[in-house]
Design a protein around this ligand. Structure first.
Ligand code: ADP
Length: 484
């Protein structure tokens, strides 16, 4: 065997250090799956307050490394966990020591361009400091989209990066990193690259577009989403740009780490259980009812759960419209989420109306998320669009049956009950309407009433395997095809 393939991940979040969504799960788990396939991986991430104050002790690796992008010219310290880990952190407190990663519910931080241009600019001094020659740099979403741009436009002559290829993964096309044109000089790029075939996008800077144009290959997190984003409905204005790169665009389904998300081993739930013995799930359901103050009279009724960023993407307008109908029925609904203020307000106003039937928690709470996966009976994901979606995958492993809209990764991972040739694992609807959503929930409730049928659906769902094995191999094949 030749030398190991060396891959540098550049990403703005990763578990267990910092997380706002599925990106963090991927960045925290895919490197380990790649290492098992013999790849050497390092991950570069900002040193946020939550990393600094987190459970993993860190130590200084290198001091005063300089990023020089012209107008942005500062140094940073390189930190890393004290125990062996692929992760490294860029410490520059004025940029990253804040309560959140990208902004508050009221809006994005005003200097996100500076923060993430600096972060991408740190790739070169990082590689130099560690004498790390990556064969490939794998970037994720707009926050790291400038790294492939810099590699082309600024770093072409740097020995340490000579021959390095780039992969750019789009976890969500709707978040593009748009900034006013007058900030362009901060990027340290020639104005000639502010053009229709470069970072310019309707009079603004579009960082995601830069990643799409400059990376050697582009991936999205499910095959269906890779097709959808090439259409005007899902392309968020970039369908044309993506079409120019269609032959380099691949859909690779996210895997999940069942060491964290499996009812047989989950250390965050009160009672473990498995497909052979589901007793523990009843204990988890009781704990979940307790946690949300749900009425004990409803113990026989199903719990419908939602764990989500509170964003339009996730179909909360549909949830809002079907909730009054649902609340007339013998069931319970539990919702955990944070996000847009309008949804905070709505949930805060509606929760007291349905006390005992509806439980709401506006927070980011990983432990509660595990309890909900374990204790609920159904999981609702009526997304308008969904690049991959992880919660429906976690839900299936816990026998918590997903009710989802047939879009993106939801369509790729949930097999509708009643499918002619495969065992059903969930309930699927197509039209983005409250009627279609309600109909799917009612079909699921009818199935729930038939205990034997429901048990069979649970077992099929729990048997599904979306571990990284297959997807990490697909990434490896892609890397190899680029690096040669
Ligand atoms: P997205 O990345 O679009 O937010 P995904 O389904 O891909 O959606 O991933 C969401 C991840 O974030 C899951 O691991 C989910 O459990 C977690 N998550 C989302 N909101 C919360 C919350 N309020 N509390 C705890 N975990 C959450």
């Amino acid at each position: 065997m030749g030398q190991k393939l060396r891959v540098l991940f550049v990403a703005s979040e990763g578990v267990p250090f910092a997380k706002t969504g599925g990106l963090a799960d991927v960045v925290g788990t895919l490197p380990h799956a790649l290492e098992e396939l013999g790849v050497e991986v390092k991950v570069l991430m900002p040193y946020y307050a939550m990393v600094k104050q987190g459970k993993t002790p860190t130590t200084l690796i290198a001091e005063d490394l300089e990023v020089n992008l012209g107008l942005i010219r500062h140094s940073f310290n390189l930190m890393a966990p004290t125990t062996p880990s692929p992760f490294y952190f860029v410490e520059r407190d004025e940029f990253y020591e804040r309560s959140q990663l990208y902004g508050t519910p009221r809006g994005d931080y005003f200097d996100n361009l500076e923060r993430f241009a600096f972060f991408c600019g740190a790739v070169l001094p990082f590689c130099r400091a560690l004498d790390f020659h990556p064969d490939l740099i794998h970037c994720h979403d707009w926050q790291s989209a400038l790294a492939p741009v810099y590699l082309r436009q600024r770093w072409a002559g740097e020995d340490i990066l000579a021959g390095a290829k780039t992969v750019f993964t789009i976890h969500n096309l709707a978040y593009q990193g748009l900034f006013p044109q007058d900030k362009y000089p901060l990027l340290g790029l020639d104005w000639s690259y502010y053009c229709i075939d470069g970072l310019e996008y309707y009079g603004q800077i579009n960082l995601l577009k830069g990643g799409i144009l400059c990376a050697d290959a582009i991936t999205t997190v499910s095959p269906r989403y890779s097709q959808e984003i090439q259409t005007p409905e899902f392309g968020y204005g970039l369908e044309g740009v993506l079409a120019t790169r269609a032959e380099h665009l691949h859909g690779i389904l996210n895997g999940v780490d069942y060491r964290d998300w499996s009812p047989e081993t989950d250390g965050l739930i009160p009672a473990k259980f498995g497909r052979e013995d589901l007793k523990g799930k009843a204990a988890d359901k009781a704990a979940l009812m307790e946690a949300f103050g749900l009425s004990k009279d409803l113990a026989d009724a199903p719990i419908l759960a939602i764990i989500s960023r509170l964003a339009d993407q996730k179909g909360f307008d549909l949830v809002e419209q079907v909730l009054p109908q649902l609340m007339k029925q013998k069931l319970m609904v539990v919702i955990l989420g944070t996000g847009e203020e309008k949804y905070h307000r709505w949930l805060e106003s509606v929760a007291p109306k349905y006390k005992g039937k509806l439980g709401v928690k506006i927070a980011f709470d990983n432990k509660l998320a595990h309890l909900m996966e374990a204790g609920a009976d159904m999981f609702l994901m009526p997304s308008r669009y969904e690049p991959c979606g992880l919660n429906q995958i976690y839900s299936m492993k816990y026998g918590t049956i997903p009710v989802v809209r047939a879009t993106g990764g939801l369509a790729d991972t949930v097999t509708p009950v009643g499918h002619p040739s495969a065992p059903g694992t969930g309930f699927v609807f197509t039209d983005y309407t409250p009627e279609a959503f309600l109909k799917a929930i009612h079909t699921a409730l009818d199935a729930y009433a038939d205990k034997e049928l429901w048990r069979r659906i649970m077992v099929h769902a729990m048997d599904e395997d979306f571990s990284w094995k297959v997807s990490a191999q697909a990434y490896l094949e892609l890397y190899k095809s680029l690096v040669q």
